[in-house]
Design a protein around this ligand. Structure first.
Ligand SMILES: Cc1cc2nc3c(=O)[nH]c(=O)nc-3n(C[C@H](O)[C@H](O)[C@H](O)COP(=O)(O)O)c2cc1C
Length: 185
């Protein structure tokens, strides 16, 4: 059985992030053929094309990590109906230098998370716009908008919603098939 390396990116930096809790819960529900790991984006210097003449070490490590991945799962909150800048920055860093994007062709999934009722729909779809341009086949169904996120986890950060657990298990099972369908190797 091929085990696929899945890079998991979280678009929130705060300690108590619901988005990070959702990502961790989903990683624990992944089928054995997926090997998900969190890729931290906090320390990536802001993208500045001038720096690409001698790329910062953090950019090089990040780009190498994504290059190795078979697939990418994005977990994003919504800031002002869009993707938080920190996640957009990571996407921009990975996309350059021009012609050497590390995202090229990698199957992707998008899970958006919000305490609000709309499940960060706006961020989910703004992110998809970038993925289209980056030539990343992004799984269309099932869609994943996790609303009411403040009520999904217990005091220890564990998922307490059984229906969300079931949903995330199904989502990861579908993503396994999606990653296999679009595998490059
Ligand atoms: C700058 C900023 C903008 C926000 N804009 C939105 C928004 O457009 N839609 C939304 O549902 N929540 C919005 N929120 C609330 C976030 O959903 C909430 O802070 C959430 O907990 C962030 O995700 P996290 O828990 O993973 O950090 C915003 C929060 C911040 C700090």
């Amino acid at each position: 059985m091929a085990v696929r390396d899945v890079a998991v990116l979280v678009g929130s930096l705060r300690k108590g992030s619901f988005t990070r809790l959702a990502a961790k819960a989903a990683m624990g529900l992944a089928p054995p053929s997926l090997s998900p790991s969190l890729v931290e984006i906090r320390d990536l210097p802001l993208y500045d094309q001038d720096l690409d003449e001698r790329p910062p070490g953090e950019w090089r490590v990040f780009r190498d990590r994504i290059r190795r991945a078979d697939a990418v799962l994005f977990f994003t909150p919504e800031y002002n109906r869009s993707v938080p800048g920190v996640l957009k920055n990571a996407i921009d860093v990975g996309s350059r230098p021009y012609g050497s994007s590390v995202w090229e062709g990698k199957p992707a999934g998008v899970v958006s998370v919000s305490p609000g009722a709309m499940g960060a729909f706006g961020a989910n779809h703004h992110l998809r716009q970038s993925l289209v341009f980056l030539n990343m086949p992004a799984m269309a169904q099932p869609e994943a908008y996790l609303g009411g996120a403040a009520d999904l986890f217990d005091g220890d950060g564990a998922l307490k919603s059984e229906s969300t657990r079931e949903f995330l298990s199904k989502y990861l099972a579908a993503f396994e098939r999606w990653a296999a369908l679009h595998a490059r190797r």
